[in-house]
Design a protein around this ligand. Sequence first.
Ligand code: NAD
Length: 290
Amino acid sequence: MNLGNYLALGIVLVRAPAEQVHRGCSSSRYTLEMTNRLAGKIALVTGIGAGIGRECALVFAREGAAVFGCDIDAARASATVAAAHSAGLAVEAIHPIDLTKPPDVQRYVDQAIERHGRIDVLVNAGAINPQFAPISEMSYERLWVPTMVGEVDLVFLMCKAVWPHLMAGGGGSIINFASVAALRGAEFAGMLAHSAGKGAVLAMTRQLAVEGGAHNIRANTIAPGLVATMATSSQGFTEGEKRDRIAASIPLRRIGRPEDIAYCALYLASDEASWVTGINIPVDGGTTAA
Ligand SMILES: NC(=O)c1ccc[n+]([C@@H]2O[C@H](COP(=O)([O-])OP(=O)(O)OC[C@H]3O[C@@H](n4cnc5c(N)ncnc54)[C@H](O)[C@@H]3O)[C@@H](O)[C@H]2O)c1
């Protein structure tokens, strides 16, 4: 397929000059010497338009992966691709893709295979904002069902669509996002549906690890604490008094940044984690230890 066909399909291709791929990475807070830990890997990252997905796409590309992303929000996904481009990183994306729609999921995976021929890593960072309410106000149709579809169904659909390609390629790594909400209750918001959804992702991923073991398919979850992203800022958790109250309850005394999570995903995606499957890693500033 030529470049014109890709653009017609809404795929944006950004290529880094080879000499720019091997280099250090500086974030707002950290300067790390990168070592090409994902060289040669094809990584699908969903939800690259914001938050954790965006940061995973950028960190993975800095580490030498060929990233093929997607998002339902074409403008935000394009902005991530442009940011990658200006940093000299190789990121491609197809958008809009609605991960709750099986035909869209299949189109995304088909395009990845057509473009790269195989898939090594899947990061399921795309998610619809959960609905927060205590049980007395939790309506089934309006709040519960959309939370389950937006947090659980879309992860299942991606895993199912990618699975045969991981098997065909001799294995790979799936990284899903649970949450501290899957491990403990919270007083600062009505986490009922969200905690059920994230508990489901955690349990589903453990089962995937068991089913995938014989095929060298690894599946792990990261359980983030409160991370400043589009999702959490839209709920008012990342500013002012609410943020300060939450931060004060975290042993490391701050809320998370997307790169805190992306560096854990980087490890799980890399061959350094080749004997690591079926685990959940809380990355939460110590929240679940307290
Ligand atoms: N931010 C946190 O504090 C936190 C804590 C625990 C777990 N998590 C989990 O981490 C993951 C990423 O969260 P985030 O905070 O970065 O979210 P975010 O809302 O900042 O970003 C999610 C991205 O997914 C995209 N998206 C939404 N619906 C989509 C759909 N139907 N199809 C395709 N793309 C879609 C959005 O456009 C957005 O770009 C989620 O699973 C979330 O539940 C986040």
